[in-house]
Design a protein around this ligand. Structure first.
Ligand SMILES: COc1nc2nc(N)nc(N)c2nc1C
Length: 308
């Protein structure tokens, strides 16, 4: 039975990874559900063999009576903003002055969701928290465990902390508000509020029903890996089984950055999730270290905000 549970757990996790992280379904939902029912039956009769990365974790445990506070070992900072091409060129000038050379940039969509940090120990998801005030957040691990695109176990048993944006896809937002409309409940104003509301309530079974998703956008801290660029870091976390956004672009010049920002102004309407801008980061990690941080945000990154 232990072997059967291990086999089913690994198989279902592989199917879930393909479906939720790679967007490449390998089996039908019916087949997945059938296998999951089989696994849950075995786990119920042999709880001692249940794995802590079992897909049955996704349905959510019992409600908490409150959230524990979490001190962030590395502060979760905010980004300074740019609103037009001039602001972006000013940013580039400041960066070039600081570095003494022209850097390359990593451009990413700025997902309109809730910033979270995920901590993995020996590859196991052990803690997830909100940004909070940047140094103290709330432990929402049990809610985050219900998000299928957050692996409960990485493909390598590393100690790593990653940051990302949890969000609710547009379609899920519309469906949720239709349901609330039917029950004459208060509607959510936008997908960001809906995602935040779903993750900051105490009953994980509610979070499990909200079709939440995540994109990982940075590594908080990593021990003993030689990664020298931000886009390399994103590739690395992708290989660990974490979900990153495929629209990320490595731009060689600020002109390319500006072109990328302008291209997404209109294209964002076609995205299945909401974005409120583009995040531009100096790509070389040694350049990021050389530029450092102000009291509240990195000097090597800026958020280009779209008009509301
Ligand atoms: C390096 O710090 C950051 N990087 C980010 N990257 C993306 N894509 N989106 C964000 N919201 C974001 N926020 C912060 C503070």
């Amino acid at each position: 039975v232990k072997k059967k549970i291990k086999h089913l757990t690994d198989l279902l996790n592989e199917y879930a990874y393909s479906y939720y992280v790679l967007d490449q379904p390998k089996v039908s939902d019916a087949e997945y559900d059938q296998l999951l029912r089989e696994l849950i039956k075995l786990e119920d009769s042999h709880p001692e063999f249940k794995r802590d990365d079992s897909p049955s974790e996704r349905v959510g445990g019992k409600p908490l009576d409150q959230f524990k506070k979490v001190q962030h070992t590395i502060p979760m900072l905010s980004l300074s903003n740019a609103f037009n091409e001039e602001d972006l060129r000013d940013f580039d000038r400041r960066v070039q002055q600081g570095l003494g050379h022209a850097p390359t940039y990593s451009c990413e969509l700025k997902i309109d969701g809730l910033a979270v940090t995920l901590i993995y120990e020996e590859g196991r998801f052990v803690l997830g928290a909100t940004r909070g005030d940047g140094t103290t957040g709330e432990d929402i691990t049990s809610n985050l465990k219900t998000i299928p695109s957050i692996p409960l176990r990485l493909r390598e048993s590393v100690d790593i902390e990653v940051r990302g944006e949890a969000f609710m896809p547009k379609k899920s937002f519309v469906r949720l508000n239709e349901e609330k409309e039917k029950n004459e409940e208060q509607l959510f104003a936008n997908p960001r509020n809906a995602a935040a509301g779903s993750l900051r309530q105490l009953d994980p079974k509610i979070a499990a029903k909200r079709n939440l998703d995540i994109f990982i956008y940075s590594i908080g801290q990593i021990r003993g890996k030689e990664i020298d660029s931000h886009h390399g870091a994103l590739e690395y976390v992708g290989n660990l089984g974490l979900k990153t956004n495929k629209e990320q672009k490595h731009c060689k010049t600020i002109d390319e950055v500006i072109e990328y920002c302008e291209s997404w102004l209109d294209k964002r309407a076609d995205l299945p999730y909401e974005i409120d801008g583009i995040v531009i980061k100096v790509d070389a990690l040694k350049d990021q270290e050389a530029l450092g941080f102000t009291a509240k945000s990195p000097r090597w990154a800026i958020a280009f905000k779209f008009p509301a």
